[in-house]
Structure formats: structure tokens, C-alpha cells
Design a protein around this ligand. Structure first.
Ligand code: PLP
Length: 419
């Protein structure tokens, strides 16, 4: 079946024909291609067309698709049974590896998605502090749990209001613009005694890539300490992407709790939250805060995750960062030559090329980018075999498997784009 007929059929079976809204490609005025298989930095659609992939499953595939060590570990695990619903070796091994690489995570809990990780971390912060309110940033995305769906980023940010989320739930969610420390301080000054936590993407990746201003993360840390609130770093994207120790290592700021996902599953559904032992011991069965999961610590996912983290320890993050910067700058320069106003945000193996004159530091500025120009660019790149995020407000990801030839082929395609 070709993509068009699959999409037609899918739309009768799933809302919008998809299992996650952005995949429908509405923000680039297009229709999705259906993927048949993936290897290295490449994807093939059901019609056999080949693409260089810069979505990389929205982040997890930092080693590329079908990394041999990860695939082998997963295959071996499958042969030992796919789920036990009982403790297993793999979850201990992966937990040990994560706590070694991210020392602030003295203890952790495995779950099956980033959404579960952030939702559970929020519950824990509330249970631990006995407070209800929390602060989140406009344009940050923390999965789709009710409390976070107030001015969220990613596709959620484009839906006006949040039908299905009661006002009573959202009234505990205090909002501030990313990078606006004064707004955070003001929240603490009015309701400091009832703020359980701040949750933040230490580098924002769901309104396009937005870096924290100097002093922003430290300011959050100081306010949390001063008011007895928990600082949660949502490192679902940044964990093992910015550095082996995540954004907290890179910026030298220690959160109380951290949420992980994406990369730690090696392409399988895994999430994780963890932090200070004293806080984590409030989780059942030691403490009273409840959270559970039928497939939590799934042996196949744990094996793939562990193999991924082992492989990453042999990878040269600095070299990939330098290559990614050079590539992203060249790509941006091509668009500038074509008369587009551009601004580039980059760190490690993530970048967003904004069709915008001004550097983007928050959601308002991200929303002012030229979505039409992005759609034109996206469509013409796809037609030339380059698979980019189907929305201008997302990150592009490179991986350790992307070659200089892949980058050159991508630049060549960009040169042919016409606005
Ligand atoms: C993707 C993402 C999530 C949600 O993870 P899912 O596995 O999609 O539920 C949470 N936080 C951040 C920062 C993310 O990028």
C-alpha cells in the first residue's frame, strides 16, 4: 500500500489518521509519509523512497536506527521473554548506569513514557511538600498529563484552550515565560508557601530549541532552595543528548528531581524519574505516594536502554556538536542567501533554524516565526529525500551515525529550495 491509501484508511481508524498529532503534518500543509523501515540515519517509506532523517523518532535514536549493539541486546532479551511483571536484572543494571552518569539521581523509578515520568515527578513533589501549586513555563512541553496542558509547547501549544482539562486542575498550574526569572520570583512572592515545585526543560526543545539565558537556571535553583520547593529538570530530550550527564552536567546546576525518556529506551517506550533519595523514598511501597506500571522496567526495553548508554560512553559528544554546528550554520546561510530572515539556535546535536529576524528566547517569539516559509522549505526538502520535523517549532536532531556526506547531500537539497 502507498502512503496516500494508508493515510486514507488510517483516517477512518484513528483521529486524524495518527497516534500523535504532529505526525499528521498539518503544520506544513502536507500529508504524512508512512515509514517502512529505518537504518542508520536513513528512513524508507512504503513506496521505497529514501530519506535522510533529522527527526530521529523525536530524539531517541541518537545512535542511529538499528545500532548493532542495541538491536542485539533487544533480540537477546526477547528470547528470554518479553514481560514478567516482576523484578528483573535489566532494570537494576539500567538504574545503576543512569545513577552513575547522572549523580543527582540517587534513586529512580522506571516508567513507560516521558509523560508518565513528569506526571509522577509532579505527584511526588506535591506529596513530599504537601503543596499543590507548581510553576511551568509557557512553551515547555512535559507530556500530556492534565496539569501540564496549560500553554504547553509542541503540538499542544497550537490548540487553543485545553478541552477535557478541568479548570480546577489547571488552577494550580502557575505560568511564566521561559527565561523570565522575574515572573518566577513574583509567583513565589505571592504564593511561595503553596508552590510544590518548578518543572523546566533546562534547554527548551518543544517551542523550537531555546537556550536558557545566563543565570536563569541558577535563579530557579536559588528560588526553589529559598522557598523549600522542588526543582524538577525535565531532561526527556536533553538527557544523554547535551552530555552523558545531561543539561545538569553541562550547566552545572543540580535539580532535586530529574525526568528522562526518549534516549534511555533506545527506541523502546521508556521513561524514568529520580533524584534525591530522601525525596524518592516517599514513593510507595516505602512511602505513601502511589505510582505503578504493568510494563514498567520491561526487560526488552531495559536491555536496549542499557546497550544505548554503554555505546554512548564511547561516543565523542564534542565532535558531534562541532559537526552539527558547522552543518546548521551552512544550512542557515543558504536560506539567508535566498532572502529569508533567519536565526539559528544550536546546542550539542540539536538545532532549530527559525524563519525569524530576531533570536527566539520564548514562546511568543517562537510563535512569530514565518510558518509559511517553513512549510515551503519542509515540503521541498521532503521531495528531495530530507526528512525534517513537520513543524517549525520543533528541534532537528543529528546523531552519531550522520556522516559528512549526509550533511552535504542535505545542503545540496537546501540550495535547490525555491520560495
Ligand atoms: C517528549 C517529551 C515528553 C513526553 O514524553 P513522551 O514519551 O512522549 O510521553 C516530556 N518532556 C519533554 C521535554 C519531551 O520532549
Amino acid at each position: 500500500m502507498d502512503s496516500k491509501s494508508l493515510y486514507t484508511k488510517a483516517q477512518t481508524l484513528m483521529p486524524g489518521g495518527v497516534n500523535s498529532p504532529l505526525r499528521a503534518c498539518k503544520y506544513v500543509n502536507s500529508e504524512p509519509v508512512f515509514i517502512q523501515n529505518a537504518k542508520g540515519a536513513r528512513l524508507w517509506d512504503v513506496e521505497g523512497r529514501e530519506y535522510i532523517d533529522y527527526v530521529m523518532s523525536w530524539g531517541p535514536m541518537i545512535l542511529g536506527h538499528q545500532d548493532p549493539a542495541v538491536s542485539e541486546a533487544a533480540h537477546k532479551a526477547v528470547d528470554l521473554g518479553t514481560s514478567y511483571g516482576a523484578p528483573c536484572y535489566g532494570e537494576v543494571a539500567l538504574a545503576e548506569e543512569i545513577t552513575k552518569l547522572i549523580p543527582s539521581m540517587e534513586m529512580l523509578r522506571m516508567v513507560s513514557s516521558g509523560t508518565e515520568a513528569t506526571m509522577s515527578a509532579l505527584r511526588l513533589a506535591r506529596g513530599y511538600t504537601g503543596r499543590n501549586k507548581f510553576i511551568k513555563f509557557i512553551g515547555n512541553y512535559h507530556g500530556h498529563a492534565d496539569s501540564f496542558l496549560a500553554a504547553a509547547g509542541s503540538a499542544a501549544g497550537t490548540i487553543p484552550g485545553t478541552p477535557g482539562v478541568p479548570e480546577e486542575v489547571i488552577k494550580h498550574t502557575l505560568l511564566a515565560h521561559y527565561n523570565d526569572l522575574d515572573a518566577v520570583r513574583a509567583h513565589f512572592e505571592t504564593s511561595g508557601d503553596d508552590i510544590a515545585c518548578i518543572i523546566v526543560e533546562p534547554v527548551a526543545g518543544n517551542m523550537g530549541l531555546v537556550l536558557p539565558r545566563d543565570g536563569f537556571l541558577q535563579g530557579l535553583r536559588d528560588l526553589c532552595t529559598q522557598y523549600g520547593a522542588i526543582l524538577i529538570f525535565d531532561e526527556v530530550i536533553t538527557g544523554f543528548r547535551l552530555a552523558l550527564g545531561g543539561a545538569q552536567e553541562r550547566f552545572g546546576i543540580t535539580p532535586d528531581l530529574t525526568t528522562l525518556g526518549k534516549i534511555i529506551g533506545g527506541g523502546f517506550p521508556v521513561g524514568c524519574y529520580g533524584g534525591k533519595r530522601e525525596i524518592m523514598e516517599h514513593m510507595a511501597p516505602v512511602g505513601g505516594v502511589f505510582q505503578a506500571g504493568t510494563l514498567s522496567g520491561n526487560p526488552v526495553a531495559m536491555a536496549a536502554g542499557l546497550a544505548t548508554l554503554k555505546r554512548l560512553q564511547q561516543c565523542d559528544y564534542a565532535a558531534l556538536e562541532a559537526r552539527t554546528r558547522k552543518f546548521a550554520e551552512a544550512l542557515t546561510a543558504i536560506m539567508v542567501e535566498k532572502g529569508q530572515a533567519m536565526s539559528l539556535a544550536h546546542i550539542a546535536s540539536a538545532f532549530t533554524m527559525y524563519f525569524s529576524k530576531v533570536p527566539v528566547t520564548n514562546m511568543t517569539e517562537s510563535g512569530q516565526c514565518n510558518a509559511e516559509a517553513y512549510a515551503t522549505y519542509w515540503q521541498q526538502m521532503l521531495a528531495q529525500g530530507i526528512y525534517l520535523a513537520p513543524a517549525g517549532f520543533e528541534c532537528s536532531f543529528t546523531s552519531f551515525i550522520h556522516t559528512d556526506e549526509d550533511f552535504e547531500q542535505t545542503l545540496e537539497a537546501a540550495r535547490k529550495v525555491e520560495f
